[in-house]
Write a protein that binds this ligand. Structure first.
Ligand SMILES: [Zn+2]
Ligand SMILES: [Zn+2]
Ligand SMILES: [Zn+2]
Length: 449
């Protein structure tokens, strides 16, 4: 840290760090870029990392995970927010008339795998967690009742009343098959909407598109939920009007029907029979309206928030787990450790090979995307990123850091190589000082180079 501070290149290092937006694990690149006039062969502009601190350019890691890099995850969260919101109220190339299309906010839950400690309340007053008058005693001698009124951040929340009775196998298999169950759900929804309108699937496509945007959220017990915006459009997506029969009520009925109808079956093994998995009984379907209780901002904010979270709220690890790792050596609570151990155990079985449970043990079996959109939902993350990049480029040109050139007449020759990642321990301390994070808060996860 002292060496860095005393380096005459320190201001440039600090400027680089600010240019990454405060990224905690920046990518280091070494190389150069030349802009040459095609007609005359004159060198118009050149840049090389040779003169930069440590001879490298630092670029943001662009992770979406807040636990790895809060700065880059915030950019991702903001981009997701604008993308989801554009699909609700228009903007970013989506016409404002989209507000008149029937649109629902749907939460699909996982079923129960055994009672877990839960904070409950009614009208703001805390209620007992799992109170049973004639509570049974389980085969492990535990009484299946908990009369505690849990606070919102007690560490036992999401943990089973009896870990030995809890269905760990069901929990990780549900996570593993949740993306498939979602796919079956969207297929069933299209069929149901077609049926309700008295159309074949082909006829439906000619009249109406069903657009989706969804995020996965981990519950504390370690299973995923899906939150989704589901919208009815005309045949060309948000720019075309849905037919008159396509109402929010019809869509809501079809969602309820499809959610209850679909199942995914797990492969049978020597010890485990095949299981039929379905969504949990809790199904939340709400209409998104411009003036109702569920506003577009609330929905976009909600989805964007979960898009930057992974399973860390369950207390699992934020990286892949090696089969040779000793799980007891990690500082994990019993519940996430058992979920991970179950993934590692089932991952060894040939029948479950396709589920790749070992590789996704740190995600408790879920290997799907956290945040997905169907093609017609809204603009794309790529388009939003391009817009931001063009904006930054215009700034750079205005500030004379980049030449203004016509792409047709200028030849750009670039050569880059990867030169590492992260901040050294001293750099990480300086980075914290620059971003105003107190030195005593949680340690940096970015490795030293
Ligand atoms: Zn970053
Ligand atoms: Zn409890
Ligand atoms: Zn038990």
């Amino acid at each position: 840290m002292i060496t860095r501070l005393n380096d005459r290149n320190y201001p440039r290092w600090a400027a680089q760090f600010r240019a990454t937006g405060g990224c905690r694990q920046p990518i280091h690149l070494r190389g150069r870029i030349l802009h040459v006039d095609r007609a005359t062969g004159w060198l118009l502009h050149s840049y090389t990392t040779a003169g930069e601190p440590d001879g490298v350019l630092r670029l943001p890691c662009k992770t979406r995970r807040a636990s790895r890099c809060p700065a880059c995850a915030e950019v991702y969260r903001a981009d997701t927010y604008h993308l989801i919101r554009a699909g609700l109220v228009g903007g970013k190339g989506v016409p404002a008339s989209v507000t008149s299309h029937p649109c629902l906010f749907v939460t699909l839950t996982a079923p129960s795998f055994g009672p877990v400690h839960t904070p409950r309340e009614k009208n703001g007053r805390p209620l007992p967690c799992y109170a049973r008058r004639d509570a049974e005693t389980c085969p492990h001698g535990r009484v299946m009742s908990c009369t505690a009124r849990h606070g919102a951040d007690e560490s036992c929340l999401g943990e089973p009343l009896c870990p030995d009775c809890y269905d760990y196998i069901g929990s990780v298999l549900f996570n593993a098959l949740a993306p498939q169950l979602w796919k079956y759900f969207t297929d069933a929804l299209r069929r149901r909407v077609a049926k309700a309108a008295g159309l074949t699937l082909r006829e439906l496509r000619a009249q109406c598109t069903i657009s989706f945007a969804k995020v996965a959220e981990y519950q504390r017990r370690g299973v995923v939920h899906f939150h989704a915006v589901i919208r009815l459009d005309g045949p060309d997506g948000p720019s075309s009007s849905p037919p008159a029969w396509a109402t929010a009520d019809l869509l809501a009925d079809a969602v309820r029907h499809a959610a209850h109808a679909v199942t995914a079956t797990t492969p049978a093994t020597a010890d485990e029979p095949a299981r039929i998995l379905r969504w949990g009984r809790q199904l939340d379907v709400r209409e998104i309206t411009m003036d109702g209780e569920l506003s577009d901002q609330a929905v976009a904010g909600y989805i964007a928030k979960y898009a930057t979270k992974a399973a860390e709220c369950v207390g699992t690890l934020d990286r892949r787990i090696n089969p040779l790792d000793d799980l007891h050596a990690f500082n994990l609570r019993d519940h996430p450790r058992r979920l991970i151990a179950e993934c590692m155990r089932l991952g060894n079985l040939d029948e479950y090979a396709d589920l790749r449970l070992t590789q996704w043990a740190h995600m408790l079996g879920f290997r799907g995307h956290f945040s997905t959109r169907s093609r017609h939902y809204s603009t794309t993350m790529g388009a939003i990123r391009d817009e931001r990049r063009d904006h930054t480029r215009t700034d750079e040109i205005t500030a004379s850091r980049l030449p203004l050139f016509d792409e047709d007449t200028v030849l750009v020759i670039a050569h880059w190589e990867y030169a590492g990642k992260g901040l050294s321990a001293g750099d990480a301390l300086l980075a914290r000082a620059l971003t105003g994070i107190p030195l005593g808060s949680s340690p940096d996860t970015g490795g030293a180079v």
